[in-house]
Design a protein around this ligand. Structure first.
Ligand code: SF4
Ligand code: MSK
Length: 670
């Protein structure tokens, strides 16, 4: 095969040159990867489009063929019930994953408060006090440990609550809260809604697609305004609220001459401790005694995002780079916690030299080494992990680092607190400048581009295309999860990305001192985007609900049930959401219509699955322009805004603050 043709074929699966190189290595050495397995295994068209029901053992029942509209399962279930039930179950599974993660973080804060988790501390006391405020906890005369304990107990009550509402629903705009109550989708307790939705989706229970779909929204809210939001807040209390920090992303962050420890999964509790262990002088000396120059730590997926935005630890890549990192032959230990961990890692690790170490009893991998994480003994576990990696360093078999490893520089860590701070300083922090910029047409709107990478579509291509296209057209982009890493690899999370930005967005970014694409964290940190949208509503001028805002949520390369849940809670919060790849309800015109029109009538948000990236862009812009029109704000016209208007005199504001000290936030980036 001619080299150019071979390259074109490889290029079709990813736009990342380092990934393409490693895929060639896999092919040459006869290893499979998610990319090659996706190529070899075509998806079942029935299940993929939501038409296979396997919730009982009379089935599975497949709705397929010319009689699709009139056929039923053995129990009589219609194609639309099956389709709605499948997507509701996906939303439930996603909610369970994020919420269970959130519970573990809260449990760690509780252990710290009780003095039972040596090595951890309550790092962000401002955040602790803010959380106490959200929870109406009186802090007067109490120690930080007492406040933390009360906050943790109140948070934990959200999981077991049987009646009433989740604590954080009160953080949403008032109008949104009323919609949830009126429509009967204000969640009571996290576990209760998850259990009830699993129940209602068993055979012979809820058989009304509309009822099922409303419950897909209800259960998703326990994630967005429950488990995920609590995970974000309690992680901030424990490890600090993120603020901009420089780092890099690409497989090239792995080092040939150092012990490489890669942390992968979602939870921040052990990975933070492993970062400390990698800095431990004794362990560094031990690594040197084995011939390594030092110890290098890198992340994958959302565990990466957690330590990236707080500690600057580089990311080796997104979901699809996990096998490729091992293929470099340089990963001495890959430490995994929960979610998005491919089972294929163990087989590949056995062929090369990597030690795959599982650390959660919830996510065991047959054949992998297991070191059970326990927040009460976290430092010991972390040291053991790093020592295992060091001991494995001399066992490397061969090294195949990508040569095209221009490491994407990035600035990560734009928490909603920081975004607010950037717009007015410590004493006048607000969302006014952003709202004003939208109202006077400098910025057309805001798009959140989140979610996974998926080997069913060219890796990073849609992310990359959409991010550039939006900022070019004066739309501010906020990102989380693997979507953020997909942008980081190509330098789109840097101040320099401003060169792609349209004139209005450019002016705002320069005035405020932010890049045009903001990294806001991991998957659970989509809750930060909910908080930003609420702040924009409360700031005034852009309506009185999230559904009024000229904003869109997107997951162009999604693959996980968690992405379905995130899409649902953005819809339930009033947003328009577009997911790429394909539609999990694609066969059912009725359900496709319900998640569009019915959801919009009920809660003001809607969900579209759109395969073509240009069409995703066009639909998003169409929605943003329609919302602008409904708000009766200035029509967006590229470059035509009131130039004489001064956005904000940041220099003057900061000058005011100078010398007053105490701000934890750094000054403007550029
Ligand atoms: Fe078939 Fe009904 Fe059982 Fe589903 S619940 S597998 S449609 S019989
Ligand atoms: S890790 S859920 S692949 S974003 Fe949060 Fe990435 Fe999607 Fe997993």
């Amino acid at each position: 095969m001619a080299e150019a043709e071979k390259n074109n074929q490889e290029r079709a699966v990813s736009i990342d040159p380092a990934t393409i190189e490693l895929l060639a290595v896999a092919k040459e050495e006869g290893h499979t990867t998610a990319f090659s397995r996706a190529e070899a295994m075509k998806p079942c068209p029935i299940g993929r489009a939501g038409s296979c029901c396997y919730v009982c053992y009379m089935g599975p029942c497949r709705m397929v063929g010319k009689s699709y509209d009139t056929m039923t399962g053995i129990c009589g279930a219609t194609p639309q019930t099956i389709s709605a039930r499948n997507v509701t179950r996906a939303s439930t599974a996603g909610a369970s994953a994020h919420s269970d993660h959130g519970r573990d973080v809260v449990m760690t804060v509780l252990a710290v408060a009780k003095g039972e988790a040596p090595g951890y501390e309550l790092k962000d006391l401002d955040k602790l006090m803010r959380v106490a405020g959200y929870m109406n906890i009186d802090t007067v005369g109490k120690t930080k440990e007492q406040v933390a304990e009360e906050c943790a107990l109140e948070a934990l009550a959200n999981w077991g609550r049987q009646t009433g509402e989740l604590t954080y629903l009160s953080r949403a705009p008032k109008k949104r809260q009323e919609i949830w109550r009126k429509k009967g989708i204000a969640p009571r307790g996290i576990d209760r809604e998850i259990v009830e939705t699993l129940h209602r989706t068993t055979i012979g229970t809820d058989q009304d697609p509309k009822s099922l779909l409303m419950n897909a929204l209800k259960v998703s809210l326990v994630d967005g305004w429950g488990g995920a939001m609590l995970a974000t807040d309690f992680t901030d209390i424990l490890f600090g609220t993120p603020k901009p920090i420089h780092s890099r992303s690409n497989l090239g962050v792995l080092r040939e001459d150092e012990v490489n420890v890669v942390v992968h999964g979602h939870e921040p509790t052990l990975s933070n401790m492993i970062v400390d262990a990698c800095l431990d002088p004794e362990l560094i000396e031990y690594a040197k005694s084995k011939g390594a120059k030092g110890i290098n730590i890198a992340g994958l997926c959302c565990t990466a995002n957690e330590i990236l935005m707080r500690r600057g630890v580089p990311s080796a890549g997104s979901f699809l780079e996990q096998e490729l990192a091992i293929l470099t032959g340089t990963v001495d230990a890959m430490v995994v916690d929960v979610q998005c961990i491919m089972e294929a890692l163990q087989g590949l690790s056995e062929k090369l030299h990597t030690k795959l170490i599982t650390t959660s009893s919830k996510a065991r991998v047959a054949g992998a080494m297991h070191l059970q994480f326990d927040e009460h003994h976290a430092w010991d576990v972390a040291k053991q992990v790093v020592k295992t990696a060091i001991d494995n360093y001399p066992n490397r078999k061969r090294i195949k680092m990508p040569t095209k490893n221009d490491m994407g520089n990035m600035v990560a860590g734009f928490s909603h607190e920081y975004v607010e701070y950037m717009q007015g300083g410590r004493f006048r922090k607000s969302f006014r400048p952003l709202n004003d910029a939208i109202m006077d047409g400098r910025i057309m709107g805001v798009v959140g581009i989140i979610g996974c990478t998926n080997p069913r579509v060219p890796e990073d291509e849609a992310h990359n295309y959409l991010v550039k296209k939006f900022i070019e057209n004066d739309i501010l982009v906020v990102q989380t999860g693997c979507g953020a890493i997909a942008s980081a690899k190509y330098g789109l999370l840097t101040p320099e990305a401003i060169e792609y930005a349209g004139p209005g967005l450019r002016e705002v970014c320069e005035a405020v001192g932010i890049p045009p694409v903001l990294h806001m964290g991991s998957c659970v940190d989509n809750s930060r985007i909910l908080t930003v949208m609420t702040a924009m509503v409360e700031e005034g001028g852009l309506g009185d609900d999230i559904s009024d805002l000229p904003v869109v949520g997107m997951a162009p390369e999604w693959m996980s049930e968690k992405a379905v849940c995130i899409a649902c809670y953005f819809v339930a919060s009033g947003a328009y959401v577009i997911c790429g790849v394909d539609s999990p309800v694609g066969d059912s015109k009725i359900v496709t219509g319900l998640i569009d029109n019915f959801w919009e009538e009920e809660v003001g948000g809607k969900l579209h699955f759109i395969v073509d990236k240009e069409q995703m862009y066009e639909k998003a812009v169409e929605h943003i322009k329609a919302k602008r029109k409904a708000l009766k704000i200035k029509e967006y016209e590229r470059g035509k805004f009131h130039k004489e208007k001064v956005l904000l005199d940041m220099a003057a504001r900061r000058a005011l603050e100078a010398g007053q000290g105490g701000s934890q936030m750094p000054h403007k980036l550029f």
